[in-house]
Design a protein around this ligand. Structure first.
Ligand SMILES: [Zn+2]
Length: 81
C-alpha cells in the first residue's frame, strides 16, 4: 500500500514548549524482548522472530497503551536506602 507520504517528521507537541516525554516507566527487557510498564505492571513479549516493522508497531502500540498510566502510589514505609 502506498500513500505517497513519508512519515519522516513526527508531530512535535508545540503546545506548552514541553520537551519530549521521557516515558521512562515503559521499558524493554533483554530477556525475551519483553516490554513492561512499570506503572501498571503489564508486560508483553512478542513472539520471535518478528519483523522489525512489526516490532516497532508492537512498541508503538504498547507505548500508546501505557503512556497515560498513572504512577501507582503505594505507601511503602520503612524502606530506606
Ligand atoms: Zn501501564
Amino acid at each position: 500500500m502506498k500513500d505517497g507520504r513519508a512519515v519522516s517528521s513526527p508531530a512535535n507537541g508545540k503546545l506548552g514548549g514541553r520537551p519530549k516525554e521521557s516515558l521512562d516507566w515503559i521499558i524493554m527487557h533483554q530477556e525475551g524482548y519483553r516490554f513492561e510498564c512499570l506503572r501498571c505492571g503489564w508486560s508483553y513479549s512478542p513472539k520471535l522472530p518478528i519483523g522489525v516493522n512489526m516490532m516497532i508497531a508492537c512498541m508503538e502500540s504498547f507505548k500508546k497503551d501505557h503512556k497515560h498510566c498513572k504512577e501507582q502510589k503505594e505507601k511503602q514505609d520503612g524502606l530506606s536506602n
